[in-house]
Design a protein around this ligand. Structure first.
Ligand code: AMP
Length: 441
């Protein structure tokens, strides 16, 4: 089969721009095979494991078909066996629908339905749901299914393993008959065959085994760094290698961090070598900075995600995530700026104890573990000051509360957290790898 590019699929500009920003250079085999029949309106059965790029294989043509926000009732329903997968699918949709106004609502159990109902009431084009929660909300009258035109069942084998077959049949009874169906499954056991038989009409079967490696030319690295000052020291260390690190973007989470990093770099490397862009900079200043960076006359660009949005700069040698992005899809956008067109690039992330939470989420999204590096010996590990330590502890508290609304942030918990921060500190985080000690996998 002739290999297609994303442009060959005749996606619209909004979608092509979003793909471009993720750094995906060519469609994976499952995308090559599944996208054309899906765009042509056929039912498709995809036998593909996670890691093959199957999510984008159905998300991209689905976005192309829905195009823009319309009416109040969902036109596409994506069923997922678990909350985690539902959230990952939603993250992919956010990634690719970024230049459209399409609205996505994700529904899963394990917490009260109030917020989800409120979201639905605002209107949705796409619903991503676990079967149980979908049915509950449908039966309670919060979901209108008459506009559904596309139905996707992801990880059908897992749905069968989890005993969802009855619920799926019930869902098939309440959605319009005339619709396009897509089913993805890693394996094709007896039950999957059965549900596929009930669900799909004359499907095109697509079977692939090859795994996708996100932006293959980018090498990703992660450093566990206890605090801001140590992040600065590490940045300085990486900048020493000026031959390899000749064109860098340093991403920061806020304007004030970006300004601090900028001032530090400016003092050290001279005003002609560094620029900063963030929302408080005037449009002209921003454009000048970007142009200077593009031309190569400026080595380092410090940026916030908001300022970097739509920034047409690629082929940088290094992307440095001075802070871990908390909008996790931004990670993919950020690293997509390096390693383009078969050049290699490094994407280096600095992570303090409060940011580990987002690293775990990013790793789920990209379905990879980012390789961890030890902080080099000649980088000074600073002590975490009182205020920063408190801020980190507060953030970790907030994360725990988000995961478990019952969590009170009790005193003994605080103590444990401080101990944790201490651990990062001692590692000077040097030999301390939270993956081995804290992670439960
Ligand atoms: P999935 O099988 O959908 O879980 O995707 C596995 C990984 O491959 C995810 O990290 C995707 O972001 C990535 N991926 C999907 N499509 C492509 C592509 N065309 N090029 C590079 N990476 C991709």
């Amino acid at each position: 089969m002739e290999r297609k590019t994303f442009a060959d699929f005749k996606f619209n500009r909004q979608i092509l721009n979003a793909i471009e920003e993720t750094g995906y250079t060519e469609p994976t085999p499952v995308q090559q095979k599944a996208i054309p029949p899906i765009l042509a309106g056929q039912d498709v059965m995809g036998v593909a494991q996670t890691g093959t790029g199957k999510t984008a294989a159905f998300v991209l043509p689905l976005l192309m078909k829905l195009k823009y926000a319309q009416g109040d009732d969902p036109r596409a329903l994506i069923l997922s066996p678990t909350r985690e997968l539902a959230m990952q699918i939603e993250a992919h949709i956010r990634l690719f629908a970024k230049y459209t106004d399409l609205r996505t609502v994700v529904l899963y159990g394990g917490l009260g339905p109030k917020t989800q109902i409120a979201e639905l009431e605002k209107g949705a084009d796409i619903v991503v749901a676990t079967p149980g929660r979908f049915l509950d909300l449908y039966l309670a009258g919060h979901l209108i299914t008459k506009s559904l035109k596309i139905l996707v069942m992801d990880e059908a084998d897992k749905m069968m393993d989890m005993g969802f077959i009855g619920k799926l049949h019930r869902i098939l009874e309440v959605v319009p008959r005339k619709r396009q169906n897509l089913l993805f499954s890693a394996t094709m056991g007896e039950l999957v065959h059965k549900i596929a038989g009930d669900f799909l009409a004359f499907p095109t079967v697509v079977e692939v085994t090859e795994q996708a490696t996100p932006a293959q030319t980018v090498s990703q690295m992660l450093y566990y760094v206890p605090n801001l000052k140590t992040k600065i020291n590490l940045l300085q260390h990486l900048l020493k290698n000026d031959e390899a690190a000749h064109r860098l973007i340093v991403f920061c989470k806020t304007k004030s961090v970006a300004d601090n990093v900028f001032h530090f770099l400016e003092r050290r490397y001279g005003v002609e070598n560094v620029r900063v862009i963030h929302a408080n900079k005037g449009q002209n200043t921003r454009i000048n900075s970007i142009n200077a960076f593009k031309e190569g006359s400026v080595r380092i660009l410090v940026a916030t995600d908001v300022a970097a949005r739509g920034l047409d700069v690629s082929n940088v040698s290094h992307v440095i995530n001075f802070d871990v992005p908390i909008v996790i899809e931004d990670y993919v956008h950020r690293i997509g700026r390096t390693g383009r067109a078969y050049q290699t690039g490094d994407a280096i992330t600095f992570c303090n104890p409060a940011e580990e939470y987002y690293i775990r989420k990013i790793e789920k999204l990209i379905r990879q573990q980012i390789p961890v590096r030890d902080i080099p010996d000649d980088v000074t590990i600073e002590n975490t000051g009182f205020e920063e330590r408190q801020a980190i502890a507060r953030e970790i508290d907030a994360q725990k509360r988000k995961e478990n609304p019952e969590f009170q942030g009790a005193f003994h918990e605080k103590k444990t957290k401080n101990q944790q921060a201490d651990k990062h500190q001692r590692a000077g985080s040097r030999k301390h790898n939270p993956r081995q000690s804290k992670r439960r996998r």
